[in-house]
Design a protein around this ligand. Structure first.
Ligand SMILES: *[C@@H]1O[C@H](CO)[C@@H](O)[C@H](O)[C@H]1NC(C)=O
Ligand SMILES: *[C@@H]1O[C@H](CO)[C@@H](O)[C@H](O)[C@H]1NC(C)=O
Ligand SMILES: *[C@@H]1O[C@H](CO)[C@@H](O)[C@H](O)[C@H]1NC(C)=O
Ligand SMILES: *[C@@H]1O[C@H](CO)[C@@H](O)[C@H](O)[C@H]1NC(C)=O
Ligand SMILES: *[C@@H]1O[C@H](CO)[C@@H](O)[C@H](O)[C@H]1NC(C)=O
Ligand SMILES: *[C@@H]1O[C@H](CO)[C@@H](O)[C@H](O)[C@H]1NC(C)=O
Ligand SMILES: *[C@@H]1O[C@H](CO)[C@@H](O)[C@H](O)[C@H]1NC(C)=O
Length: 404
């Protein structure tokens, strides 16, 4: 195993006002109270074949370490592992990992420090023809073209896209066999970003992150659609904890300051809190500069138990979870037959947060708080002013009476 490490320490990028705001509106963030983590991104290459590599994100706090292992061996996948020690490490045995029986080819040690572990696998990209759909929310979505299996994609050299300044890296891929040339000028990209502290990116949907999370931005760019009005979908598989599938939740808020016109936050939770979670706004964008004009709805289907062998297998998942737990899967679909779509600019992006612990909770934004303060404050001021006038009036009265 050979490594390529670009560590980064993430303290103190705090301007005064965010600090004040976070003190004023403290949102419950952080597994085991870790506000900041020392995050490192490392590419772990197979010494014999450098085209095979893993991206290991290690986020160390006082009492815990989070490991995110991203892989493009097989379909794109990530392992989430939380341990209760700052010293846990990842161990990879490439010859085992790439063998037909990869059990134990990838381990987090010491094993007894593991508090939570699960995985996500991005199995297939779907394309539907929405030409004749009158109802935007109708299911099924219209004629489905043959799906792209993401296990049959080839991916770029992850090392080239590793950016220690932003703690990010991008897996960019296209089908190995592309008889129609749809991906000649296009790619499907998985951009992964880790964070050493909490905050919110500048780009919509501006998901609130903490040091316990990673953000994944999925972008389909430049690929030729097979229909004039193609909608795309992504199939996501995960491992259930115990007999059931993880639960899906919708949260509603009156506040859309950070994601205009989106009042919902979707969550997938692996167990009772604190556990692993996936969190996203049900919105995708049809332009690089995401805005209200380019916002498309993102719908998710219910999680369903899936026979694991029907889905493309990820070697890292098989290697880490020695006994294959049953898997569950769901579909995300982006866009509707009306409104903005992939057809506008051959662009589609969607973002999701992955993490362990308590999911970040959006407090009311300063703007909404301000509006509420003004709305509630104006009558209160008037009452106060009225009360003062009455008091003054009384005083005059009493003075008058006393003179009298
Ligand atoms: C990937 O990129 C790194 C740095 O640019 C280089 O050292 C490595 O050889 C590349 N790997 C492959 C398979 O091209
Ligand atoms: C870390 O563990 C120590 C000893 O168990 C404890 O005193 C301390 O509060 C913990 N710190 C955090 C941030 O959980
Ligand atoms: C990897 O696993 C193989 C098969 O179990 C074993 O023979 C080999 O020694 C292991 N390599 C390392 C570096 O542990
Ligand atoms: C759409 O509907 C029209 C009229 O019903 C039909 O002629 C046409 O073939 C349909 N197009 C597609 C792509 O299904
Ligand atoms: C790819 O881009 C080239 C140059 O811009 C263009 O000539 C070609 O038609 C494009 N191919 C496809 C399949 O879009
Ligand atoms: C796409 O639109 C063009 C022009 O409107 C039409 O000629 C063509 O048949 C359409 N293609 C499909 C697959 O619907
Ligand atoms: C996702 O959608 C495709 C196409 O409609 C379907 O074949 C597949 O079974 C769906 N997967 C899940 C997990 O619902």
């Amino acid at each position: 195993m050979s490594g390529y490490e670009k560590p980064s320490r993430g303290w103190g990028f705090c301007a005064l006002s965010p600090v004040l705001l976070s003190l004023l509106m403290a949102a419950p963030l952080g597994l085991l109270g870790e506000e900041t983590r020392q995050v490192s991104l490392k590419v772990i290459s197979n010494g014999l074949d450098f085209s095979q590599n893993l991206l290991h994100i290690r986020a160390v706090g006082t009492n815990s370490t989070l490991h995110y292992v991203w892989s493009s061996l097989g379909p794109p996948a990530v392992l989430l592992v939380a341990t209760n020690t700052p010293n846990s490490t990842l161990s990879v045995n490439w010859s085992l990992l790439l063998s037909s029986d990869p059990d134990g080819g990838l381990m987090v040690l010491p094993e007894e420090s593991i508090q939570f572990s699960s995985a996500l696998v991005f199995t297939r990209l779907f394309e539907f023809d929405s030409t004749n759909m009158s109802d935007a929310a109708s299911r099924p979505l219209g004629k489905s073209y043959p799906p792209y299996s993401l296990a049959n994609f080839s991916w770029n050299n992850i090392t080239d896209s590793l950016d220690p300044a932003t703690l990010s890296a991008t897996f960019r891929g296209h089908p190995i066999r592309d008889p129609t040339g749809a991906f000649t000028n296009g790619s499907l990209a998985f951009r992964v970003q880790a964070f050493s502290t909490s905050g919110r990116p500048a780009q919509p949907p501006r998901l609130l992150h903490s040091a316990d999370t990673c953000q994944l931005d999925v972008a389909l760019v430049g690929a030729s659609p097979r229909g004039n009005r193609s909608l795309f979908g992504l199939e996501v598989a995960t491992l259930g904890q115990g007999p059931g599938c993880p639960s899906m939740q919708e949260q509603h808020s009156i506040d859309d300051e950070y994601a205009p016109a989106v009042f919902q936050l979707d969550q997938l939770l692996w167990g009772s809190l604190p556990s692993g979670f996936m969190q996203w706004r049900p919105v995708a964008f049809s332009q690089k500069r995401g805005s209200r004009d380019s916002a498309m709805p993102c719908q998710s289907s219910p999680l369903q138990p899936t026979l694991a062998y029907l889905l493309p297998q990820s070697p890292i998942v098989r290697a880490f979870f020695k006994t294959q737990d049953h898997s569950c899967a769901f579909n995300l679909t982006f866009g509707a037959s009306t409104g903005p779509g992939y057809w506008d600019q051959h662009y589609l992006s969607w973002s999701v947060l992955l993490g362990v612990g308590t999911p970040p909770v959006d407090a009311l934004s300063p703007l909404v708080l301000g509006i509420m303060a003004v709305a509630l404050g104006a009558p209160a001021l008037m009452l106060l002013a009225g009360g003062l006038l009455l008091l003054l009036g009384h005083k005059r009265d009493s003075e008058y009476q006393s003179i009298n």
